[in-house]
Design a protein around this ligand. Structure first.
Ligand code: C2E
Ligand code: MG
Ligand code: MG
Ligand code: MG
Length: 281
């Protein structure tokens, strides 16, 4: 009897939940069966220095070209990969591919690679990073690992030790989506991050929201006082660019300059900057 009541209670939601779970399960199975070299690819979004007007490098953003579904967004399959333990293999593939690609670029360009919290906490992360560097021959100072504040919430000691290991390897570490997580002020004091990336949600509103502008200004000031570069992500308009320039933001990324492009597109961007260093910004 109680079973029937229980069933009745959820009756309305059941078909929908079923469909959603089945869909996730299917996506998981497809991801498991994926040959990364065939279906995963990296796209690259240029990072522009506002001080020099030049190209600093690119952020690597993973794409899954699923034969049946088309492009699956990382926002969709990275969380799934984290829950199912596949993030280690995907993260390794991303690191290796990104380092190999960057090693073929001019040596003044950096490559930024995102690492998820799950990947970061898993014990072999530093090992994976040094292996990718060794295999590609990339100078470690050209690799920047982007982590979010959420990574730093737990295991203070272990996290700091890992950050120190990465520093010993010679790679940079940036704080991504800065301002959206729990504040990591104490980490800023204890570890020399190379960059703070101001989250797109603040940049979007800087023209219209005094609060967003105040936050962006505060983050840039914080970075300046700590000697850490700031990058604004999601810059889409000339007006946003102008405000960021006035605030002396160091670097920008966004559709205003370029969306993420494939490796051939990255080469074209590199070429266009070789021709004229001060062209875009
Ligand atoms: P993120 O690291 O903060 O990357 C920035 C996201 O903003 C990218 O979305 C990029 O395409 C998008 N974006 C860049 N400029 C603009 C703009 O001007 N306007 C708007 N509206 N969006 C812009 P994407 O590629 O879909 O990636 C989403 C998130 O997925 C990333 O956020 C990152 O957290 C995660 N991700 C991507 N690649 C990887 C990866 O290789 N490994 C891991 N662990 N996570 C990844
Ligand atoms: Mg990022
Ligand atoms: Mg970001
Ligand atoms: Mg973001």
């Amino acid at each position: 009897r109680s079973k029937r009541e229980g069933k009745g209670t959820f009756h309305f939601f059941e078909p929908e939940m079923d469909a959603e779970m089945r869909e996730r399960r299917e996506l998981e199975l497809e991801l498991r069966a994926t040959d990364f070299d065939r279906e995963l690819e990296l796209h690259y979004q240029p990072i522009i220095s506002l001080r020099s007007g030049g190209l600093r490098g690119f952020e690597a953003l993973v794409r899954w070209r699923n034969p049946r579904r088309g492009m699956v967004s990382p926002a969709e399959f990275i969380p799934l990969a984290e829950e199912t333990g596949m993030i280690d293999a995907i993260g390794r593939w991303v690191l290796e591919e990104a380092c190999r690609r960057a090693a073929s670029w001019p040596p003044d360009l950096i490559i930024a690679v995102n690492a998820s919290a799950v990947q970061f906490r898993q014990g072999r992360f530093a090992q994976t990073v040094s292996e990718a560097i060794a295999a590609s021959g990339l100078d470690p100072s050209r690799l920047e690992i982007e982590i979010t504040e959420s990574v730093l919430l737990a295991d203070t000691g272990a996290n700091l030790a890992l950050l120190e290991r990465l520093k010993d390897i010679g790679v940079r570490v940036a704080l991504d989506d800065f301002g959206t997580g729990y504040s990591s002020m104490s980490y800023l004091r204890r570890f020399p991050f190379s960059r703070l990336k101001i989250d797109r949600s603040f940049i979007r509103d800087i023209g219209s929201s005094r609060e967003s502008m105040a936050i962006v200004r505060a983050i840039i000031g914080l970075g300046a006082n700590l000697g850490i570069d700031t990058t604004a992500e999601g810059v889409e308009t000339g007006a946003q660019l102008e405000l960021l320039r006035q605030e002396r933001c160091g670097e920008i990324q966004g559709f205003l300059f370029s969306p993420p492009v494939d490796s051939a597109g990255a080469l074209r961007i590199i070429d266009s900057y070789r021709g004229d260093e001060s062209k875009v910004a």
